[in-house]
Design a protein around this ligand. Structure first.
Ligand code: NAP
Length: 278
């Protein structure tokens, strides 16, 4: 068998846990595929895709800041990628590139595993970037009763709600978080703030207004100030490692046409995160 290559396109990429759990999965199934990190500044992005098209790789993952640009550069895209407007998984089909988005799937699986009935949920999503968009599409597709998006830059939340155009989705100012708290069962941190050690997008005061059975879900795959505040207020919490593993498992299946060894990927991700000290 010929050695295949798959890489992560982003800037930066050095922090990524994807090589650890993707390589473990390829190796466990005996697939001769190597997962590489491809740090790609904006001006090198077109050439990177061109090389894949020419046959240098089987596909790729795409991360910050290239997901939206990748969407525009594909030959074909999946329905969910079109709805989100971003691509995190590229599959080469002959000499053409197919784009998909597995973030929405990755976000939902850990909720289903907790037995959370998304059809009945009112979710509040903090953040209006690419990850928030994938989360909101996932929640609406899963049948959520109401999704409210709030963001530091209010206009960005409003634009997102207008673009996604669904009667169950609305934008509210950040200052509305306290009035939203008693109504909502799921609070998602989809901001990039999880990587900062001292700041949370929600104050301790607001966190205490949330119902005791509400779930606080941070997309960041580490313990964050947001999750610590949520625990202190007595809420259930979930970090982003499950989302990361499940988006990766779906990408694995798209590249290989084989079921991903999810448990093994999960163990590899936990080990890699522990080594990082995260
Ligand atoms: P992005 O497009 O750059 O969006 C960043 C978001 O964070 C924006 O809503 C931004 O608000 C907000 N933000 C940044 N700094 C802030 C601050 N100091 N105070 C308040 N809000 C702030 O990033 P993204 O791609 O959506 O990613 C967001 C997070 O999700 C990252 O931490 C990423 O690691 C994580 N993620 C995890 C997974 C996973 O599999 N677990 C997958 C995807 C993403 P403004 O609009 O006001 O700037």
């Amino acid at each position: 068998l010929e050695l295949g290559v798959i890489g992560l396109i982003g800037d930066p990429v050095a922090h990524s846990l994807s090589p650890a759990f993707q390589q473990a999965a390829f190796d466990a199934l005996g697939l001769p595929i190597r997962y590489e990190l491809w740090e790609t500044p904006a001006d090198a992005f077109p050439e990177r895709l061109q090389r894949i098209r020419a046959g240098a790789a089987l596909g790729a993952n795409v991360t910050v800041p290239h997901k939206e640009r990748a969407f525009g550069a594909m030959d074909t895209v999946s329905d969910v990628a079109r709805r989100i407007g971003a691509v995190n998984t590229v599959v080469r089909r002959g000499q053409s590139l197919h784009g998909d988005n597995t973030d929405a799937h990755g976000f939902v699986v850990p909720l289903l595993e907790r037995g959370i009935a998304l059809g009945d949920v009112h979710a509040v999503v903090v953040g209006a970037g690419g990850a928030a968009r994938a989360v909101i599409v996932a929640l609406l597709t899963a049948g959520a009763r109401q999704v409210t998006v709030v963001n530091r830059t209010a206009e960005r939340a409003e634009r997102l709600a207008t673009e996604l155009d669904d009667a169950r989705l609305r934008a509210r100012p950040m200052t509305a978080l306290d009035t939203l708290a008693p109504e909502a069962g799921l609070l998602v941190n989809a901001t990039a703030l999880g990587w900062a050690d001292h700041d949370a997008p929600v104050t301790a005061e607001v966190m205490h207004m949330w119902a005791a059975d509400a779930l606080a879900y941070d997309l960041t795959y580490r313990d964050t100030p947001f999750l610590r505040l949520a625990r202190a207020a007595g809420l259930e919490t979930l970090d982003g490692l499950g989302m990361l593993v499940h988006q990766g498992a779906r990408s694995f299946a798209l590249w290989t046409n084989q079921a991903a060894p999810v448990d093994l990927m999960w163990q590899a991700a936990i080990a890699a995160r522990a080594m990082r000290g995260g």
